[in-house]
Write a protein that binds this ligand. Structure first.
Ligand code: BG6
Length: 489
């Protein structure tokens, strides 16, 4: 059971607050993982009373009939304000003082920035000027933390400026740079899978791995998030953070210990080792796409050039993975919802079994991030002999097939574990930064993405429900490879 605390969510009527943060907080509350004396304050522009805000959330989250909602809702408050005007912040101070008085102590605080990144400078400036950032005061033992959602800035320069502002306001241990993919059970499991088993590390390198594919696909479009998404695009919304973090889980070296800094060091080293792409190479190595009908979406510019799809070919310049291609793709309005990593191993079958007809692709280790979290390993096996086969010539008797060895979180453990946002919120409240980005990780990822952004050309239009533009298929075809979709491909 946690101690009482306050969490202030900026961007309280936004998509992230409604669909991720509040559901995660409510779930933690129901599990008894949060203090009954927590205070959640939503800060946003709309004029709403506390009651109206609670009702708005209940409707969006569809929880009105949940027996525990009323008690959780009574802990939710609303502060109207513009991010760049001091009034809302001075009223917020009053509110927080009232909560402190109710419990007779100054309470620890989390300021959670869940707005589009353009608003971060104004929010941080007002938190500083009103001294809200000082929490219970500089000498106090009560913690104050700031959680900042991705994208952390819009490019390398804004990310560096943001980091500078943050470091002037807070100590590093107070800053929680969020990428919720790091909170996903399967992503966390990669460390255990790779380093707690002795059989994978010996083959986890350029001698054995042919290439790596990372797919991040969503069947939905941008929904009501046009205003946010059109100013951001897939490179900033997903590639700079989720995709590169997934790459880091594959490419990183074994951390020196299972401690916050050692794990962050290993992740940062992997991202730093990604080979830079200069603006002339962008058209060869990066494909941008936009789904048909995107410019007709609500709050999207009619002539928008924002990409809803990106595919990239990257290299990680480490002794382990030198010259092994990492193909990454992320898209909206894809054929299906799917996030996975495929480690495609070199095909050695033909050394002995050429005559028997080797499958074109041999061993593939698939790490399924979602749906159906788990891991499967595709192996080649001898097909059982049949009476018919025994009457055929000897070379045809021995035939090969691919089969899957499968581990599913759900079947094995009966659950998918804690939701990523629950994990992120709990860790932030507990002060554990292992699953949060450090500024050097972000600097390296922005270096790469910023140079890609500089070489941008118009995105290619692709049909909704497809796998993106044909050029993304060519990206692999040029190397004699193709995107693998199913475990059995
Ligand atoms: C967010 C992106 O970070 O992740 C969204 O901004 C995306 O565009 C979302 O829809 C997907 O998260 P999850 O956990 O459902 O894969």
């Amino acid at each position: 059971m946690q101690s009482p605390f306050i969490i202030v969510i900026f961007g309280a009527t936004g998509d992230l607050a409604q669909h991720k943060l509040f559901p995660a907080l409510f779930s933690l509350y129901k599990q008894g993982s949060l203090s009954n004396d927590l205070y959640v304050v939503g800060f946003a522009r709309r004029e709403l009373t506390d009651k109206a805000y609670q009702e708005f959330l209940a409707q969006e989250m569809d929880v009105s009939s949940d027996p525990q909602w009323e008690s959780f809702a009574s802990r939710i408050f609303y502060q109207q304000g513009l991010f760049d005007e001091p009034r809302g912040y001075t009223e917020l101070i009053e509110k927080l003082h009232t909560f402190d008085k109710q419990l007779g102590a100054c309470l620890p605080r989390v300021f959670y920035l869940a707005t589009p990144p353009d608003n971060y400078p104004a929010i941080l400036q007002n938190l500083t000027e009103t001294k809200l950032s000082e929490g219970c005061g500089s000498g106090s033992e009560q913690w104050t933390r700031v959680a900042i959602e991705k994208p952390f800035g819009k490019d390398l320069e804004t990310a560096e400026n943001l980091d500078k502002t943050l470091s002037e306001m807070f100590e590093e241990k107070q800053i929680f740079r969020v990428d919720h993919y790091l909170g996903k059970e399967t992503v966390q499991n990669m460390i255990a899978f790779r380093f707690a088993n002795s059989i994978f590390e010996p083959v986890w390198n350029k001698e054995h791995v042919d290439h790596v594919q990372i797919t991040w696909a969503e069947s939905s479009g941008i929904g009501k998030r046009g205003q946010f998404f059109d100013g951001v695009g897939m490179l900033r919304d997903v590639a700079q953070n989720h995709l590169l973090q997934l790459l880091a889980t594959v490419a990183m070296e074994q951390p020196k210990s299972f401690s916050k800094e050692a794990v962050r060091d290993a992740r940062a080293d992997a991202i730093r080792a990604i080979r830079p792409i200069n603006s002339e190479e962008v058209s060869q190595l990066v494909i941008r796409g936009q789904y048909e009908g995107y410019t007709k979406e609500k709050d999207v510019a009619q002539d928008s050039q924002t990409e809803t799809y990106v595919a990239m070919k990257l290299f990680v310049d480490t002794p382990r993975f030198a010259d092994v291609p990492f193909y990454l793709r992320a898209g909206k309005k894809m054929d299906k919802d799917l996030v996975d990593i495929k480690i495609v191993f070199k095909q050695t079958c033909h050394v002995l079994f050429k005559e028997a007809g080797c499958p074109e692709i041999g061993n593939v280790l698939t790490i399924r991030i979602q749906p159906d979290e788990g891991i499967s390993l595709r192996v080649i096996a001898k097909e059982p002999s049949t009476a018919k086969a025994s009457s055929t010539p000897p070379s045809a008797k021995f035939s090969l097939a691919t089969v899957n060895m499968n581990f599913s979180y759900h079947h094995t453990f009966g659950s998918h574990g804690v939701d990523a946002y629950e994990k992120i919120l709990l860790d932030c409240i507990n002060g554990d930064q292992m699953l949060f980005n450090r500024s050097d990780e972000l600097e390296s990822s922005w270096q790469l993405i910023s140079s890609i952004l500089k070489g941008e050309s118009a995105p290619r239009v692709y049909p909704q429900g497809s796998w993106g533009p044909d050029a993304a298929v060519d990206l692999l075809a040029k190397d004699g490879r193709s995107w693998l979709l199913l475990d059995t491909d």
